[in-house]
Design a protein around this ligand. Structure first.
Ligand code: MN
Ligand code: ZN
Length: 343
């Protein structure tokens, strides 16, 4: 089979590798589409501290089960599945309190073990979620980023009267705006410095007056101008620069919750008095905790529309060009899917 292998930082190739056999409890998936994520770029550049090389990357993908390992019901053969990349031990503290995504011995498909940028991949059967026929493969490929948004909103909670602010209209911001507007129905402002991204945000459900270009407008003034009195009550940092959290803490309304998603190793300078005075909650969110079924249901019910963030489909053998597109032309591209059908 052909796979996208990152041999070491800055060195990636599409290469013939042996077809893996599914172990007990696993299924082998023939991949149809896989989404390129910022974290794939980080692995390529050697900026992911968790990864070991060489690695077949990719943790957002859909495909069909074409082989099952021992103990897996053969009735699953032929199922179209989206694969949750989170594999946990089931018995550590985090796992026993229902927080398997921060398991002590967490394994992430495409990071700690081989992933979905491959014609075939073996995954635990329990991680493979059946996709109903009415959901297109292109949508099912990116259940994972929506599961990230579902997790972040579950961590903060969403209250009916919330006024939300999302920093950044990249993939994370655009999945969040869909969940906040379309699932929870709360007023949601979203910022970016690129008009193209803000146009996508409007497609994802943001109203005309809910998008704020922060290269043109001062954020605090823009919110006041739009009638936000006292600051947002729910904030998500989907930019993840250390300065954003500092500003979020200043802007937040009393009793606000702030969703933290960044992996920056640079510290943010947070004033404790701002946290305490307003009794703010910082809710960090990593990956997703068993959110796939929820997201699949949302897509089935038409509440969220993954297709609105997909800008490109590229043959997987052109992965290097696709990475370059993602990095060099952010105004043109958002979610890029690798297409594995043409092999
Ligand atoms: Mn991702
Ligand atoms: Zn565990």
């Amino acid at each position: 089979m052909l796979s996208v292998v990152v041999d070491r930082p800055q060195s990636m190739a599409v290469r013939e590798v042996p077809l893996p056999a599914p172990a007990a409890g696993e299924v082998r998936v023939q991949v149809r589409y896989a989404g390129i994520c910022g974290s794939d770029l980080h692995i390529f550049h050697g900026k992911n501290p968790f990864v070991s090389y060489p690695r077949i990357i990719g943790h957002e993908f859909v495909g069909r089960i074409e082989s099952v390992g021992a103990g897996v019901d053969a009735a699953r053969l032929g199922e179209t599945v989206a694969v949750d990349p989170v594999i946990s031990c089931g018995h550590c503290h985090a796992c026993t309190i229902g927080r398997r995504n921060v398991c002590r011995s967490l394994t992430v498909i495409g990071v700690h073990r081989d992933g979905g940028f491959s014609q075939y991949v073996c995954v635990p059967a329990d991680n493979a979620y059946r996709i109903p026929a009415e959901i297109a493969d292109t949508c099912a490929a990116i259940v994972e980023p929506f599961a990230v948004a579902a997790n972040a909103t579950a961590r903060t909670g969403v209250l009916p009267g919330d006024v939300a602010l999302i920093y950044g209209a990249g993939t994370v911001g655009l999945t969040l705006v869909q969940v906040l507007k379309r699932v929870y129905g709360v007023r949601t402002f979203i910022t970016d410095r690129l008009d193209e991204r803000l146009r996508l945000a409007r497609q994802c459900g943001a109203a005309e007056d809910e998008v704020i270009n922060t290269s043109v407008e001062n954020l605090s003034e823009a919110l006041q101008l739009r009638g936000v009195d006292g600051g947002p009550t729910l904030i998500f940092d989907a930019v993840c620069h250390p300065s954003i959290l500092e500003e979020a803490v200043r802007l937040a309304a009393p009793a606000a919750r702030i969703g933290v998603l960044g992996f920056s190793s640079e510290p943010s300078a947070i004033v404790q008095a701002e946290l305490t005075k307003k009794e703010l909650t910082l809710a960090a969110s990593r990956l997703n905790c068993a959110m796939f079924q929820q997201v699949i249901d949302w897509i089935s019910r038409g509440l969220i529309q993954p297709e609105h963030i997909v800008t490109h489909k590229v043959d997987f053998r052109q992965v290097a060009q696709a990475f370059e597109l993602a990095e060099q032309r952010p105004a043109e591209s958002c979610k890029i899917l690798l297409d594995f059908s043409g092999a």
